[in-house]
Design a binder for this molecule. Structure first.
Ligand code: T4K
Length: 387
């Protein structure tokens, strides 16, 4: 018998023989990927601004309606390059309710993340709380479109403009998502996507920074490649943020199937929402269907009125080989080094603390079919019903 994440021992006969995961990669056409990757191998051009990377960047610019896409080797490096290119220093406002990479990117560069609370109805930064948290030491705002729900871009843009601060978006979850009818990718000074294998659109590892600012785009391109402006001319700080050609091949192959992947995600999301409707104390975080969504996360919220505590329900799922996750528990402010640096941060983050105790992310994506969802729903309903 294996031991589950929370120390719970699985029963002898789990509902699934092989695990059903959160984060199973979506694959477009494997043949198309092999064809494109094969071309790269034959060209013997494998990295450093290759033709597949350029093609991927052009396709993304067109899809998002943004002037510049700078492909990078992962979302975290993308955030770090954008933070450097925007000259952020000192303190930057950021949610604690996000994947740890958002805060860590700041800290890795010697900046101080100042955690601000989120709006419980969207799980994204609360613009009023941001306004109240701005001090003379604040040099920027790093907002997150969590779960692929766009943050309140209008209010955040207004708050940033009033304070004269750059606004950067962590759009790791928000490829293919719109806000106010406009694709995420051209809000704020820049936006940073992750194309990690677990994202609904993936380049294995990868990401992109997008912006409409020509000067900023120039700085971002330089910084992605060690600051090289020519073969032996280095004109700025820089790092190695380059995406390789095999990853770009995966991106191009997956891009051709983007709409059908979103259709599957949406259908999975709706199946869960319908089937779990009415379960006591459990709800699915709604998605604003006036906007385009990618539906890549199915976020179940288990509130205190649910007869089964969240962690017990998670244990029950995991005992049945449903590898659901309690992302992003317990919140960045309760992880190191932030916990030690500011042990009382939770007092200023009541919504984050509440949400962190409620979330279970359920498996979805093209590897999860109707039959699996029906079984997962049955496990949840039985757990709640028998409590
Ligand atoms: N900002 C935000 C808001 C983010 O969510 C992320 C990343 C970033 C920034 C940084 O972007 P990147 O630098 O990563 O591009 C995963 C991903 O590694 C991470 O990219 C993602 N967010 C985060 C939400 O999820 P873990 O620690 O949960 O990964 P892991 O290894 O536990 O895998 C998750 C699930 O996926 C497991 O059930 C296994 C499954 N899986 C995973 C891989 C890689 C597969 O089935 N196949 C696979 O190939 O972080």
């Amino acid at each position: 018998m294996r031991e589950c994440q929370n120390g719970f021992m699985p029963s002898e006969s789990p509902a699934f023989e092989t695990p059903v995961h959160v984060g199973r990669p979506n694959l477009g056409s494997i043949e198309r990927f092999q064809e494109l990757a094969g071309q790269a191998l034959e060209r013997r051009w494998l990295s450093n601004d290759g033709p597949l990377v350029r093609e991927l960047e052009a396709r993304i610019e067109e899809y998002l309606g943004v002037a510049h896409c700078i492909a990078v080797n992962n979302g975290t490096i993308g955030l770090e390059i954008a933070i450097r290119a925007l000259d952020l220093t000192g303190e930057v406002i950021v949610p604690s309710w996000t994947f740890i990479a958002t805060a860590h990117a700041l800290r890795w560069l010697g900046l101080t993340p100042v955690f601000v609370d989120v709006d419980p109805s969207t799980h994204c930064l609360d613009p009023d709380a941001v306004r109240r948290a701005i001090t003379p030491r604040t040099t920027g705002i790093l907002a997150v479109h969590l779960w692929g729900r766009a943050a309140d871009v209008e209010s955040l843009t207004r708050v940033a403009a009033e304070a004269g601060l750059p606004l950067l978006f962590d759009a790791a979850h928000a490829f293919g998502v719109s806000a106010r009818g406009r694709m995420v990718g051209s809000f704020g000074s820049a936006e940073v996507f992750s194309f990690h294998a677990t994202k609904f659109f993936n380049t294995i590892e990868g990401g992109a920074i997008t912006t409409n600012d020509d000067d900023l785009a120039g700085r971002l391109r330089l910084m992605r490649n060690f600051g090289f402006a020519g073969e032996d001319r280095v004109v700025s700080d820089g790092t190695n943020g380059k995406l390789n050609e095999i990853s770009a091949a995966m991106g191009l192959a997956n891009l051709e199937h983007l709409d059908s992947i979103i259709d599957v995600n949406r259908s999975n999301y709706e199946r869960y929402a319908r089937a779990l409707d009415g379960v006591a104390g459990l709800s699915i975080l709604p998605i604003d269907d006036r906007e385009r969504g990618n539906y890549q996360y199915v976020v179940a919220l288990v509130d205190p009125s649910c007869p089964v505590p969240r962690d017990e329900l998670l244990d029950r799922l995991r005992a049945n080989n449903v590898l659901a996750r309690r992302y992003f528990w317990p919140g960045a402010h309760r992880m190191e080094p932030y916990r030690t640096l500011d042990p009382s941060a939770g007092l200023r983050l009541p919504n984050t603390e509440m949400i962190a105790d409620q979330v279970i992310v359920l498996p979805t994506g093209t590897a999860v079919g109707d039959a699996e969802i029906d079984v997962i729903v049955r496990i949840i309903r039985e757990a709640v019903g028998s409590a």
